[in-house]
Design a protein around this ligand. Structure first.
Ligand SMILES: *Cc1c(COP(=O)(O)O)cnc(C)c1O
Length: 501
């Protein structure tokens, strides 16, 4: 078999596909996620010394080249050039700044002010190349569930991309006002947005069901339309996120905070487990990551899992001030289970079956031991998160968003290893969550609109408001649909037919 056929489902060993095919289809036909065995047998690696002398573009070319071997060097270079240009407000793309004894990796310098841009400015470009390679004239309809930030980033990434349409489902009443406005004001002839009556897990479950709906697929195929995903279940979402772990390391070396080859640890605010899994991929590619700390909000299903080895989604769904992490079914954990089990697809399939049927599963003691070799965890509730925002502002002069603050709080509760720098991933600009951040600083939000909160936060801190968030109050709301979960498939079909008519 050619080494281009790198990817297959987490739930079965057969039917290997290229990365282009994996990106085009999003989810494997059996409902599994695409994984690469070359990561388990360590035959893939990235030259760390070389990475340390490079800028973000070169680092991205190197990491993407390793994980997407069927893309030519030219194709990757063009995608990188297009994705990481002037739509990011810094050439560094993901700058690292000191935060007390630790470091903060700022991932929100793209067009929608959340870390999802790093991947979603890239995915549409990778998808267009993959479409060309497939040699088919099929149009691609992206179907996306969002807990708040993926939706806007997907809309920005895919708006007006030829041959692509994008539909986004967000939990009605389950995202911040700014997040909602970012989505419902989106322009573009090929975009569709709907709120659903339900939470993120409901949206994600229905989206997975839509991917498995053969009748819908057949109807759309007649009209030359295929469905794909912009969620982190798509390989093309995950791979670009691996780059910034290498970039962080290179920036630490450049700052003299560590010597090439020394270990580093990362603390990651986690929901669907995509971001932290990308850190694990970086480790599998040779980055000396001694520990990955998974930080949860009150939806602490992952914290419990890492502590006990039992994953139990049957628990109350909490609405928190970090809504993008309000998730009980973390899809990408399935990939970690595959790699930790040394590539045991049958084991993964049976665990996922148990999750679907019983709402829970327990991993073996041996798997749990391997998990603990790399992963630590912690949780922070809303009050602890707010206290961390306030303390970090007062002590370090850094204004954290609510998600980043969950990670900073968890990080502060876990002892540091001597001489090992710790990097906290900063996943959103604080003005996406102005109300919660303002009240965290002790100010009142009584009677204030979300935009008045933005102004008040600016007046109090002097931290600049991103213009693309401030202008939201002046834009018309273009997308007003709110539908039942049962109506999502029909919405996708209707919108796909409208877009590709
Ligand atoms: C999506 C998101 C997260 C969680 O990332 P996952 O990859 O889903 O674990 C954390 N913070 C913010 C701001 C997000 O948008």
């Amino acid at each position: 078999m050619s080494s281009s056929y790198l990817y297959h489902s987490t739930r079965a060993m057969g039917d290997a596909v290229t990365s282009k095919q994996a990106i085009l289809t999003g989810l494997a036909p059996d409902g599994g996620l695409y994984v690469a065995d070359a990561l388990v047998d360590a035959s893939l690696s990235v030259d760390l010394a070389a990475v340390c002398g490079e800028d973000y573009h070169a680092q991205a070319r190197r990491v993407l080249g390793a994980l997407l071997p069927d893309y030519t060097a030219d194709e990757i270079a063009t995608c990188v050039e297009g994705a990481y240009g002037p739509r990011f407000d810094t050439r560094a793309i993901t700058p690292l700044v000191p935060m007390g004894d630790d470091w903060l990796l700022e991932l929100w310098h793209g067009p929608t002010c959340a870390f999802k841009d790093v991947a979603l400015q890239m995915l549409p470009r990778l998808m267009s190349v993959a479409r060309g390679a497939a040699g088919s004239d099929a149009n691609v309809m992206i179907v996306t569930a969002t807990s708040g930030d993926t939706g806007k980033a997907a809309l920005e990434g895919f708006a007006d991309v030829p041959g692509c349409g994008v539909s986004v489902f967000y939990p009605d009443g389950g995202v911040s006002d700014v997040q909602r406005l970012q989505m419902v004001t989106q322009r573009g002839a090929n975009v569709a947005v709907a709120g659903i009556r339900g939470n993120f897990d409901d949206a994600q479950t229905q989206v997975k069901r839509i991917f498995g709906d053969r009748e819908l697929a057949a109807r759309l195929a007649d009209e030359h339309i295929v469905l794909s995903s912009a969620n982190s279940i798509n390989v093309g979402r995950l791979v670009p996120q691996v780059v910034y772990y290498f970039s962080a390391y290179a920036q630490l070396v450049a700052a003299g905070a560590l010597t090439l080859g020394d270990p580093v640890e990362f603390c990651v605010p986690t929901g669907n487990f995509g971001d932290v899994l990308a850190g694990y991929y970086a480790k599998l590619l040779g980055l000396p990551v001694s520990r990955l700390i998974v930080a949860s909000n009150a939806n602490d299903v992952l914290t419990e899992f890492i502590q006990t080895g039992v994953y139990n989604r049957l628990r109350p769904f909490e609405k928190t001030i970090s809504p993008s992490m309000d998730i009980l079914v973390s899809s990408n954990l399935e990939r970690l289970l595959y790699y930790l089990s040394g590539g045991d697809a049958a084991c993964v399939a049976s665990l996922m079956d148990s999750l679907a049927r019983e709402g829970s599963y327990r991993i073996s003691g041996e798997l749990l031991r391997r998990l603990h070799e790399t992963f630590a965890c912690g949780r922070a509730d809303d009050e602890e998160t707010k206290a961390t925002i306030r303390a970090t502002w007062e002590k370090d002069g850094l204004l954290l968003d609510t998600h980043t603050a969950v990670a900073a709080c968890v990080s502060n509760g876990i002892p540091r290893a001597a001489g090992v720098p710790r990097v906290v991933l900063s996943t959103a600009n604080p003005y996406k969550f102005s109300r919660a951040v303002l009240t965290a600083l002790g100010a009142s939000d009584a009677g204030l609109s979300d935009f008045a909160c933005m102004d008040a936060l600016h007046a109090k801190t002097g931290v600049p408001v991103p213009p693309q968030l401030a202008e939201l109050q002046t834009l018309p709301e273009l997308h007003t649909t709110v539908c039942d979960q049962a109506g999502m498939g029909a919405f996708v079909q209707h919108e796909a037919e409208r877009i590709f008519a």
